[in-house]
Design a protein. Structure first.
Length: 348
């Protein structure tokens, strides 16, 4: 069964993963969900690259387990600070494979992105192991810094959401989930359709064809959310560049991913990691496998089981004490330049 009451967030000891924990906890609190914080490691092959914490001895499972507990205690402090119920889990196994399997059992997974190294690189680095392209549930990728290495502030309230829209099944599902997400925050939704750069949108007939197709995709959304503020944009150009620009003045960018090919393929093939690597706001990815699995569940007979991963075989719940307040404050200062000011406002 899919656990739709809990958000899963992956941590590896990097500040990027703690920033992802902050985002996940903030969202979980807003929608009334709990949080499961997962630290994954594999011995011996990946012991040296699975953690940012100092690793002591290759193949020493006790040391790896202790490192994982320390990482989880820091992440738990971030979640506890926001008043979110958080379980801490340790996963043994290759993270890129394990998280794909875990995605069968959750409705949302959140990971941080710092560009290179650690968990983020293992989950985002190659097409063959890309979690956003091959997961069975939506993935939110939270950026740590911009392209110049500047630490970015994450808003605790979502006000503007952008979604890349096309007519694929996963693109349509991305539009639906973007509308749900936007409505839950009382935010505004910008629906962006990117067409080939050689398209003459100055031609009224050509533009009308694209507008008509977009309105058709939006019809169920406007019927479901008649009060939702929607802005429609059709541009000729590069999808990655267009949505990356949108990330600069939106709190979230939502896209569908088919893994390869078509408009969504432009975002997630070997050159397309562009959006995930350059976005300055979190990217909400709706994978093809998620859409196909949803359809399978909907078509299944009531007594027919749809494959899910055995959680007991993959994860072990490990209760940990939260890190001290001084450690928590240090982490906050390293993940958000406005953390102290935000905390002071919240406590007033």
């Amino acid at each position: 069964m899919v656990n739709d009451k809990t958000i899963l967030v992956g941590v590896d000891g990097s500040h990027a993963s703690y920033k992802a924990t902050w985002w996940a906890a903030n969202y979980a609190k807003h929608v009334g969900l709990s949080l499961q914080i997962v630290c994954a490691y594999s011995l011996p092959s990946y012991a040296a690259v699975s953690f940012d914490a100092t690793y002591t001895a290759m193949g020493d499972d006790n040391a790896a387990h202790a490192d994982a507990q320390e990482i989880l205690s820091k992440a738990k402090a971030i979640a506890d600070e926001q008043g979110v119920d958080a379980q801490t889990l340790i996963v043994t196994g290759d993270p890129s494979s394990v998280f794909v399997e875990l995605s069968r059992n959750y409705s949302l997974i959140v990971i941080g992105n710092r560009g290179k190294g650690g968990l983020a690189e293992r989950l985002l680095g190659t097409t063959s192991s890309s979690l956003p392209a091959y997961a069975y549930c939506p993935i939110v990728v939270v950026p740590y810094t911009d392209d110049e290495g500047n630490l970015m502030h994450l808003n605790n309230v979502i006000t503007r959401v952008a979604v890349g829209s096309d007519d694929t099944k996963w693109g349509i599902r991305a539009l639906q989930l973007a509308a749900d997400f936007t409505n839950s925050w009382g935010a505004e939704l910008d629906v962006i359709t990117v067409v080939p750069s050689n398209t003459n949108l100055e031609d009224a007939d050509v533009r009308h064809q694209f507008e008509e197709a977009l309105d058709e995709r939006l019809a169920p959304i406007t019927a479901k959310y008649p009060d939702l503020k929607i802005r429609k944009t059709i541009v000729a150009g590069n999808a990655v560049e267009t949505l990356t620009r949108a990330s600069r003045d939106h709190d979230m960018v939502v896209v569908g991913s088919c893994g390869r090919g078509g408009f969504t393929g432009l975002l997630f093939n070997s050159t397309s990691q562009g959006l995930l690597q350059h976005s300055v706001s979190p990217v909400y990815v709706v994978p093809r496998k998620f859409v196909e699995t949803e359809a399978s569940r909907a078509a299944a007979e009531p007594d027919q089981d749809v494959q899910t991963a055995s959680i007991d075989e993959l994860v072990k719940e490990v209760p940990v004490d939260r890190a001290g307040e001084d450690v928590e404050r240090e982490i906050e200062s390293n993940i958000d330049p406005q953390a102290a000011a935000y905390r002071d406002r919240r406590n007033d």
